[in-house]
Design a protein around this ligand. Structure first.
Ligand code: UT7
Length: 344
């Protein structure tokens, strides 16, 4: 692990509130999502590829994926998800100081998707995109938490938005059946707690990267290059092997940092790459399957959007409640990986 870049969020600092023991906490106030209209089933893919519904379900758990039409751009989907997150939080555009969009598939090299979203919302403040592939949403939460706890922003939208259908090699059955499009968002706001695991808000985030593994999952071109826009290339079995190990480590690390036992976790909201990986982490945490939020069957792997999409699913249908302890984890190209522990 020596070669890893390890970034740990600092312990919460006492807030300058005059109340003595109060600490600034980043509270997750609202959640939103957007899924493209068009659904593509495994059987539809099997009509033009040497694959089958049975293989895809058995090896990954995926039944279908949403694929964006031309009018469903990365910025459009991000904006729709952001609007819903603000509405769900009971917040307005004036409450937004910063917008962070985690994406590997922006519509343009620049300006950032985040400023397109800012314009569409009519917000002010600052915004930028963040590139950490499938770990992008966890990275975004960590960065937003640092902004809020340092006092640089009070209200932050963190959005994961992806159009992976644009970077698929649709001839490669080993990758194109695995991914889907969509966007998910959360609205985070400065609040206060007592610096314990009982506080609402982000309790810890942990980020990792191991660049020497950059070539086991990458895109062989660049966004905006019409001659070579790039396709996703993956050594699936290798990524799988690293995912199982690193994600196990990161959930243990998250709980240890918060001084919490695994029995304290109410919900696992994992990155949705493969049901076999998700089940493995759920078992490691001793969670019954109904406490693990699964959307990979319906959404496939939506990279940086997968965690907020899954969170939105379980939040809006009432499974996840205020006060519940939610553990999120992801691993993706980079390799990058990490976790966030949040009391809703
Ligand atoms: O989100 C970023 C992180 N990504 C991940 O975590 C993904 C991690 N990896 C995985 O989820 C799995 O490795 C895959 C789902 C990508 C592949 O599953 P696998 O069990 O590792 O299969 P494999 O790649 O070892 O391939 C097994 C066989 C091969 O055939 P042979 O060589 O044994 O004859 C493949 O050619 O399955 C074949 N295969 C397919 N067959 C039917 C690969 N893709 C397909 C397909 N349909 N779509």
């Amino acid at each position: 692990m020596d070669q890893d870049l390890v970034v740990r969020a600092p312990s919460p600092q006492p807030a300058d509130t005059g109340a003595g023991s109060l600490h600034t906490r980043t509270i997750l106030e609202g959640v939103g999502s957007y899924l493209p209209r068009r659904v593509v089933t495994n059987d539809e893919l099997a009509k033009r590829l040497d694959t089958s519904d049975a293989w895809i379900r058995e090896r990954t758990g995926i039944r279908q994926r949403h694929i964006a039409d031309d009018d469903e751009s990365c910025a459009f989907m991000a904006t729709q998800a952001a609007r819903q997150a603000l509405e769900n939080a009971g917040a307005g555009v004036a409450d937004v100081d910063a917008i962070i969009v985690a994406t590997a598939t922006p519509d343009q090299a620049f300006p950032a998707t985040a400023v397109r979203v800012q314009a569409a919302l009519g917000a002010t403040g600052f915004g930028f995109d963040l590139s950490a592939a499938c770990s992008g949403f966890i990275y975004g939460l960590s960065v937003a938490d640092a902004f809020i706890r340092s006092g640089q922003a009070r209200g932050v939208l963190v959005i994961g938005a992806e159009v992976y259908s644009r970077i698929m090699n649709w001839e490669d059955r080993g990758t194109c059946v695995l991914f889907g499009d969509g966007a998910g968002a959360v609205f985070l706001r400065a609040g206060h707690g007592h610096g314990t695991g009982a506080d609402r808000g982000i309790l810890s985030t942990h980020l990792h990267a191991q660049g020497e593994l950059g070539d086991i999952l990458y895109v062989d071109g660049a966004v905006g290059r019409h001659d070579r826009p790039g396709h996703l290339v993956m050594q699936g079995r290798e990524v799988f092997r690293h995912a199982v190990t690193r994600l196990s480590e990161t959930v243990t690390e998250a709980l240890a940092a918060a001084g919490l036992e695994q029995s304290a976790v109410d919900w696992l909201v994992p990155h949705q790459a493969n049901l076999r990986i998700i089940d493995g982490i759920g078992r490691k945490l001793g969670l019954p399957p109904e406490r693990v939020v699964v959307t990979v069957d319906r959404h496939a792997n939506t990279s940086a959007a997968s965690i907020p999409l899954a969170l939105a699913d379980a939040w809006h249908d009432g499974r996840i409640q205020r006060g519940d302890l939610v553990l999120m984890e992801a691993l993706g190209g980079g390799l990058t990986w990490g976790s966030a522990l949040v009391r809703m």
